[in-house]
Design a binder for this molecule. Structure first.
Ligand code: NI
Length: 136
């Protein structure tokens, strides 16, 4: 019997969408205002969902305190109030789109979880725009 447990979290971060190997004109055509050289910010909302068997002894899929601490260490401490392009090594050469941020969060968190647990990341860049990544 698999059950999914979820926890939400939040971080503020700045980014700029552009490719170093494209001209400013092409970056502007593709990324528009998101290519602003002075960066811009988002209030990111994160929903982390973990699916697995209920532990017979504890009754938990995962102790929420453990999940909370992994989110804090891997996401909030790493991204909150940061410039993703300049301060977060994963985005040095990776465009910090919501898609890529979700994939980076997935891999950072997956490595800290029991391998038997399935992980799903939902990342809201705005209240209406969100992406989902659950591996592969
Ligand atoms: Ni943006």
């Amino acid at each position: 019997m698999n059950v999914t447990v979820s926890r939400s979290a939040h971080f503020n971060a700045a980014h700029r969408l552009h490719r170093k190997d494209w001209s400013f004109k092409k970056n502007n055509e593709i990324f528009g205002k998101c290519n602003n050289p002075n960066f811009h910010g988002h209030n990111y909302e994160l929903v982390v969902s973990v699916t697995g068997e209920i532990d017979k002894e504890t009754g938990y899929v995962i102790d929420m305190k453990i999940l909370k601490d992994i989110i804090k260490n891997e996401v909030e401490d790493a991204f909150d109030h940061k410039n993703l392009n300049l301060e977060v090594p994963e985005f040095k050469d990776l465009n910090p789109t919501a898609e890529n941020i979700a994939v980076v969060i997935y891999h950072k968190m997956k490595s800290k979880l029991n391998p038997n647990l399935k992980l799903e990341i939902q990342l809201y860049e705005t209240p209406r725009n969100f992406v989902t990544y659950k591996g592969n």
